[in-house]
Write a protein that binds this ligand. Sequence first.
Ligand code: 13P
Length: 287
Amino acid sequence: MLVSAKEMLTKAKAGKYAVGQFNINNLEWTKAILLTAQELNSPVILGVSEGAGKYMCGYKTVVGMVNGMLEELNITVPVALHLDHGSYDACYKCIEAGFSSVMFDGSHYPIEENIAKTTELVKVCAEKGLSLEAEVGAIGGEEDGVVGTGECADPKECKMIADLGVTMLAAGIGNIHGKYPANWKGLSFETLDAVQQETGDMPLVLHGGTGIPSDMIKKAISLGVAKINVNTECQLAFAAATREYIEAGKDLQGKGFDPRKVLAPGFEAIKATVKEKMELFGSVNKA
Ligand code: 13P
């Protein structure tokens, strides 16, 4: 059964580790992440962007697929199904469809409007037992058409949003989605520290997990990050493994064209990436 992310993140924050959010795109992606979490006895959050939701034929299809897998694959570790960077309307659609967690990304609104909309969603999510992620300070880069400039959040604004009763808070600290440019200045630990001072026990969320060096990840966890989002890195691993299979001409040998064979190396590559991240984040055996 899907669970809200609240308990897993409260434990992570207290235990100084982070739970990974891995974005899903299709059946293979979802299966790879769930099986890895089960093998490593780790809690996990499946992220679904609005674009990926549309691609997978809508939120109800996603809920049906994930619930089916939890049962058929005997997944017993805690799993949350989470809307990633949702608009206000998408949050309601996912709540309706059976997600166990949503992110309302109001970071592009003036802070008053972000507060008003987040306040409403806090109420709805509390009634239905879902966890809610809010965002202050846009995450840079581009993900499924959502573009941000990578600003650093104002710690006072973070406190205002945290006090509304959200479950977890994404604060921009110079992180961006996708690959980091060569001239990236790194995470602003000064901002992260100030945000954590203001928000206390609130689990903080680090977006743009792809390509952040391990030492920075560890330092971010030590400063209160309890959820780390990874998307692009699984995509890169999947694409590289698939390319290798095709370039080696394996689809031309025997029944190598069978989609289950074509997609197998990419599936294994996602599993390996998720394993590496769970080990780095410290969530292994924390189910
Ligand atoms: P990356 O694609 O950079 O890993 O970011 C993922 C993310 O933050 C999802 O919200």
